[in-house]
Design a protein around this ligand. Structure first.
Ligand code: ATP
Ligand code: MG
Length: 454
């Protein structure tokens, strides 16, 4: 097949083709929508493949999260074929074929990474080739190419397998099947160069190692510690997406441990750096517990929110700042808490951008920690109606468990009872819980007729 000519100076080993009887992927495992897209492209004379995570996961017997399609049709050609198509993306244009809530992403084969004057490798389509900056970071990636070039720019060997709808064969460009069988995660090409081009690949290495239960190849693992600081060049919004994938997919605990070990977590959460040095610190214990609770919930298909996790993660840095403010400027606790919250969230957003829809509930959960200290009177019970009460209560329970102070334990027990029977607990104040509230002396009634305009 002439279109499978290897580019000169290719970093791919020899192509392996697995015929239908040599692999287990059947069309029954592929979603109807993905099949529709593959067939329409194919019947219109284009090449059409499933690629990446879905092929890898199907080979492992895991239900893929989504089905990604790749083709030699340009985005504009794809758009002409599908009424339900939207073109997206600036850095690289992609077609989204929309079936209600299900979206099939269709990408045109991508071309080369490197500035390269070799006629044989700079592709015939006379598109500008992808560009890296002086540090090797990919700054432009909007180049169409051949399928081998597309395979070459993928990250791991196990992610560079293509299922062809024309012949039902798997085209394995980088020895991914062998690595998948051996459980070894290997980067395509030189690992250090691949990390420099896109430092997020270091996070992906960890995520795939835990998700797929694979070992990182020595060359994949070794450079990470040294190169981890390159994550600082990644736009904070992209790191937030990676944060979600790391911590909301059921492998949060394992990802946290490996990220800390490889100096990656410290880059994403610099405000936690000092706390992480002491493995016994309550900050670390609190985070570990919240992560393993999150994993349990995800694996039981219960709802999870990043706001809760972020409130837990950033709690101690916020508390430290709050008490510093209280001591230094004598601010009342709630004011100090509000300023400290804004400070810590601002600093966090410099590396991992927290969207407002998550940072606002984080602040609510923190404010409620203070409000939950007041347990007297019907007014205190109003907090039960707060939309973040449940998250704040869960957090309080966690703090009580990890910190183990009598006051926190009593307080958490109080709120456990209060939820069941708010009327019963009124006036039934636990030990010394909240800050004492001084009652304002009631204004003395003035004798009638003595009103003045003072
Ligand atoms: P999952 O969806 O389970 O997280 P995935 O492998 O499908 O895993 P995606 O982020 O959906 O991951 O990416 C799809 C494919 O695109 C990958 O399999 C890989 O081939 C390629 N890819 C994604 N991100 C990169 C990257 N940073 N560098 C190189 N190739 C990438
Ligand atoms: Mg995917």
């Amino acid at each position: 097949m002439s279109s499978f000519k290897k580019p000169s100076n290719s970093r791919l080993p020899q192509l392996t083709k697995l015929t239908r009887d040599q692999h287990p992927i059947s069309r029954k495992n592929i979603s109807d929508n993905a099949l529709k897209v593959l067939y329409r492209l194919h019947n219109s004379g284009f090449e059409a493949y499933l690629v990446g995570g879905c092929v890898r996961d199907l080979l492992l017997g895991i239900q893929p999260k989504d089905f990604d399609v790749t083709t030699n049709a340009t985005p504009e050609q794809v758009k002409k074929l599908f009424r339900n198509c939207r073109l997206i993306g600036r850095r690289f244009r992609l077609a989204h074929i929309v079936f209600g809530r299900d979206i099939i992403e269709v990408a045109t084969f991508r071309g080369h990474h490197k500035e390269d004057n070799d006629e044989a490798t700079s592709h015939a389509r006379k598109q500008p080739i992808a560009k890296t900056d002086e540090k090797g970071f990919l700054v432009r990636d909007n180049v169409y190419g051949s399928i081998e070039e597309d395979a070459e720019r993928r990250d791991f060997t196990v992610n560079a397998m293509y299922y062809n709808i024309a012949d039902f064969c798997i085209y394995d460009f980088a020895g991914g099947k062998k690595d998948l069988d051996a459980g070894i995660l290997r980067l395509i090409g030189d690992p250090e160069q691949r990390y420099r081009e896109d430092p997020v690949r270091m996070l992906r290495a960890i995520r795939f190692a835990t998700k797929l239960n694979m070992q990182m190849d020595k060359q994949v693992q070794e450079p990470i510690n040294e190169m981890a600081s390159l994550l600082r060049n990644i736009p904070p919004a992209r790191l937030f997406d990676e944060f979600l994938k790391m911590f909301m997919s059921g492998k949060a605990s394992a990802n946290f441990e490996m990220m800390v070990q490889h100096n990656l977590f410290q880059q994403m959460f610099p405000v936690l750096k000092t706390y992480l040095k002491d493995e016994q610190s309550p900050a670390v214990a609190l985070i570990q517990r919240a992560l393993s609770d999150t994993d349990k919930r995800v694996n039981n298909e219960q709802r999870v929110t990043p706001a809760y996790l972020l409130a837990v993660m950033l709690w101690y840095p916020m508390e430290a700042r709050r008490s510093q403010l209280e001591v230094e400027s004598g601010l009342p606790p709630m004011d100090a808490l509000n300023i400290a919250s804004a400070d810590v969230i601002d600093r966090q957003c410099q590396t991992v951008a927290l969207p407002k829809r998550f940072s606002l509930p984080v602040r609510d959960i923190w404010q409620l920690q203070l409000r939950l200290q007041s347990t007297r009177g019907g007014k205190a019970m109003k907090v039960l109606e707060h939309k973040k009460f449940r998250a704040a209560y869960d957090f309080l329970m966690l703090r009580a468990e990890i910190e183990g102070s009598d006051a926190l334990i009593e307080l958490s027990q109080f709120w456990t009872k209060a939820q069941k029977a708010p009327n019963k607990v009124i006036g039934n104040k636990p030990g010394r819980s909240g800050p004492k509230r001084r009652r304002r002396p009631r204004a003395r009634k003035k004798p009638k007729g003595s009103e003045s305009n003072e």
